[in-house]
Write a protein that binds this ligand. Sequence first.
Ligand SMILES: [Cu+2]
Length: 697
Amino acid sequence: MSRHETFRLNRRDMMKLGAGGAGLFALTASRLAVPASEGAGGGVYIEAFPTSPLILNPFKDELVIPPAMKPVAPTDLEKWTDKPDPNKQDSLGLDDKSDYNKRYGLTLGKHQIWPDILPVVYQIKVQVATHKFTSSQVQPINSFGKDVIPPGFSDSKPRNLPDSVIYGFNGTFPGPRINAEYHKPIVVRFQNELDQDHGLDVQDFGAPNRTFLTHLHNGHTAPESDGQPHYSHYRFNPLGGRSHDMAAFKPGEWVDQMYLGYPAGGDDREKQSFFWFHDHVHGFTGANVYKGMVGLMPIYDPKIDNGDETDQNGLRLPGRRENKDGTFEVKYDIPLAFYDCRLDDGVTPHKDFHNGTGKTAPQWWGKTFFRHFPNHGFVGDVFTVNGTAYPVMYVKRRKYRLRFLDASIARIYDFRLMTSSGGPKTARSLGYTGDELQGQWRLPDGQQCMKFYEIANEGGLLPKPIVRDNFELWPAKRREMIVDFTKWIDGSDTVAGQELYLVDTMKMTTGRMWDLPDPAYKVPVMKIVIVGDVDADEPDVSIIPAALRPVPDVPASARTAFKNSSIPTFELQRGTISGEPETEWLINGQQFDPLKPLISPKRGSEDTWRIRNGGGGWVHPFHLHMEEHQVMTRKGKAAPDARHPDDSGKEDVVALDPSEEVVIFRRFRTFAGPYVAHCHNLAHEDHNMMFGWEIMP
Ligand SMILES: [Cu+2]
């Protein structure tokens, strides 16, 4: 096959197809939208997406806050036949003759570093399970927002939404939360149980062979515990796994991932505060993440950020620590993972490079719908927080620390806190159709009502807080905000029973980038209800400190490196490779190839890298594994700029505007071996916008 062709329904076609209702769309789709010659197979894909049924009663399901996971009890650990062992890192066994050993002087299958103190052991089983996005009834609608009769049903009445089938860490979405602490190393035993599907229909997306590879984003972690396709090539190639579906852990296999809780260089300034872990099987990262493989791992710093606002030695950021049998929970400190999805309407054809021949799937009506291979990226029309569509969060009159994570495939959010007297209205009742139905609900009279105090980005605490009216959240990025729910923006006190909304104002109807600004685009993602004062015996003694954590020193030369045309430069490009139908995205003209790392710094060295968005039509959240970087310049101007005020801190995802060029400074400490850097628009990553790089011993 030369390269796949793209068959695309344009929006007008979609609207026409939708106009007659679901039935007509199905009929038309089978005769016109998918020409028989292409529908019979081959590499084409269809760029048409379903309209999810409308969630009729949003903001009633309470936000789920994943509880902190408990470590494996020592008495249970005693019974394990394969206990965590420095000399056995996974179930595949040692290999002392591989190319990996020769290249890096390491032994495949062993932990590169094992700490002096006994690590805390967690066990996470990767499982097939069901997930409920809402308890609300839903109204089947078409792309015109009109009621329709879903295939297989006899009327268009509201009905319950079926559960979706997920691949989940311990069978939940999001997966369990690990509350970690610096200087307390953790081993997580990830174990593949995806072959045990309990008769559930796992549909047509997710990694073939039900494999997984878990990446702790962005841990300072050895390659063998980093869960990524450059290392996995070496691990699985001797076992016959070259193609991406083989280069990952299959059902029955396990891997121990060692998270040292050690800041790079032993430097407190390198500490971070909010990790997440997610799947990273090459070619199927998007599908597996979308299928539920998302977990949260806040990491606390016992010195200044231990989760206890009463500790006079710390920064006293909002949080009340409650100790429980070896683990701990923190009240008033809440992770929020954002994820957008589409639910099958039963009439949109399934077809991309990996699934189907253009058939519809009425049996999957109301369950998650995915395309492995969208043209630019996948955006959903239902917005969820911690796995619940349009939840409600109840808060006391006090300060909270909210940890935002964008766990979406491609969607970028721009959040504000708003009040409304009229309340949310359905997008369809306001006359919107087609892509404008994304988000389902609008807050037409929404007005900003509170501010955010940004204290951290994905690189951990900032040097000092930044007061913000709104902030963008790009895929994989984290931003942590303190919100004071005692006062409105005009200085008046809040009162029990008052309500506000977390609102997304970034209209983004395709995976390319945002649409033109639209002041009417105000999607309420979560409702927040103020329930009353804090208890007298638990006053809010948290503060918003003037200073948080300084950033590590950077050599003066890094600030002028943008003038140097010879520094390593990585340009992100739209493009194809002859004979590789999977490839749509390139870096420096190349697709990801684990055998061709683009750069090989020595352990202990440091460097400035230029990351360039080679196109004007897309944005790219570009993620670099291993160590945090600092942004030195954007478009040749010193960082931070007004658009990226938190470039003042460290980060692990470079947000690249169209044609933007960013110079970063980074170090390569502690470990040796293969790593990757890639776009975190997961459709771009899976279609080869990734490069391998390595640290030489
Ligand atoms: Cu990208």
